[in-house]
Design a protein around this ligand. Structure first.
Ligand code: UT7
Length: 398
């Protein structure tokens, strides 16, 4: 619809197609031709919905327990379990497995589950915060590893950390609804283990994270009331540095009053992206203000779930299964309690895998499906919160 036409919607009115419940009033104007095109297009062409046609996950074989970490840093199994619920996590096999490799393994399972060949895909979306390379992104590596050599489909990398999968789902859904693509591979994968600080200095971050990957095939369907019913994504950059990996990077210290805190040095050229000081002072690891993240997460999870339920015209009592990003078991339990859900209405696996960031939702969802917890017609709610801060939720009619 033309921009001009939008300006003629009155105050409090909702644009047609927005899913709003209020009646829509049309103000005919010089922009009538835009409205005409809009109506005709939508009357003649039924917009498809997107649904999850296939799902799969892959976690590395190596199990690292809390006791294993205790050999490297001053921590205890008791502290980790009490604060996070985590008992063990998986680490990728060094020099064999990377984020794109884990993602490829999960993608192959999702393709098999969907009964599809990789060459039938129209788009790859890859969500990760731990890519194999700073650039190019993991999407093209995954494309190569899946043997997609002829179709030259696009590969989109997204950088939304813990919310990466929900962001990707929202983008894939929009592409499918628009009619642009029919079959999209969405992957969330991480290998945190290669970039963590295994000294006591990094213990608040290191004990939380694990490696793994999950993938879904999202496809178009004409079936009404099936698939992604609604999704909402949000961000607030105010706290960008509170859960971040600052170095290496091209920030040059400009975002903080004292650049030296990030190990930025005054060389004529170079030594900005990565400097000797960053290396010697251990500034090349993620940092996290855990309490701030926790406090925001417990507010934003229920908020965005309520938003997505309202958008779909549903109630929290309609939810059959809630799959939260596995940030911390205590956060998930808080959300469960706020929503009034029983234990059998949530799926948590952080105890076994730790926090796998962009991979955590697709791994948990794939496990729940594998365990027979998800039946056709069930209402599944996905929700995520993390670095950025970014957050989002989606409702899926299975
Ligand atoms: O995907 C989103 C990613 N992040 C999150 O969701 C994180 C959300 N936040 C959290 O999960 C919690 O804040 C943590 C689990 C990270 C930390 O728990 P906390 O109860 O907030 O602990 P804290 O950071 O306030 O630290 C309490 C104490 C400190 O010692 P002092 O200063 O009281 O002596 C820490 O140094 O615990 C110490 N500590 C540890 N002790 C043993 C921090 N990490 C560890 C550790 N083992 N691994």
């Amino acid at each position: 619809m033309g921009q001009g036409a939008k300006e003629h919607w009155g105050r409090g009115q909702k644009c047609i197609g927005s899913g709003g419940k209020r009646a829509t009033k049309i103000h005919f104007s010089k922009d009538f031709k835009y409205l005409e095109i809009y109506f005709l297009t939508n009357l003649l062409k039924k917009m498809p919905s997107s649904y999850i046609k296939g799902i799969g996950y892959y976690v590395p074989e190596t199990i690292v327990t809390n006791a294993d970490l205790q050999r490297h840093m001053d921590t205890t199994d008791e502290w980790i379990q009490e604060r996070t619920g985590i008992q063990e996590r998986r680490y990728a096999a060094k020099h064999k497995e990377t984020t794109s490799v884990l993602g490829t393994n999960a993608a192959k399972k999702a393709l098999t589950n969907a009964g599809m060949d990789a060459n039938e895909l129209d788009l790859i979306i890859f969500a990760t915060l731990s890519p194999d390379y700073y650039f190019p992104g993991c999407g093209v590596l995954l494309q190569r590893q899946l043997g997609i050599t002829k179709t030259e489909i696009p590969a989109l990398d997204i950088r939304n950390q813990c919310s990466g999968f929900v962001y990707g789902l929202s983008v894939a859904d929009a592409f499918i609804r628009s009619g642009m693509y029919k079959n999209i591979l969405l992957v969330g994968a991480e290998t945190h283990s290669m970039g963590l600080d295994f000294s006591t200095r990094g213990r608040n971050v290191t004990v939380i994270f694990g490696d793994g990957a999950g993938a879904v095939i999202m496809s178009a369907t004409d079936e009404q009331f099936r698939g992604i019913l609604a999704s909402r994504i949000h961000a607030n950059g105010e706290f960008a540095e509170e859960l971040a990996m600052i170095n290496p990077g091209s920030h040059g210290g400009v975002h903080v009053p004292d650049p030296s805190v990030y190990g930025y040095e005054e060389a004529e050229y170079g030594e900005t992206f990565i400097s000797p000081k960053m290396l010697t002072d251990g500034m090349l690891f993620p940092n996290m203000n855990g309490q701030l993240v926790f406090k925001n997460a417990v507010v934003k999870f229920p908020e965005v779930i309520a938003e997505v339920l309202e958008a779909a015209g549903l109630e929290k009592t309609d939810i059959d299964l809630l799959v939260c990003h596995q940030a911390n078991l205590r956060i998930s339990q808080f959300v469960q309690k706020t929503m009034g859900l029983r234990d059998d209405q949530v799926w948590n696996n952080i105890q076994r895998y730790g926090n796998t960031t962009a991979a955590s939702i697709p791994i948990a969802l794939a496990e729940a499906v594998e365990a027979g917890k998800v039946k056709k017609g069930d209402l599944i709610c996905l929700a995520a919160f993390g670095s950025g801060f970014t957050w989002g939720a989606a409702l899926i009619r299975w």
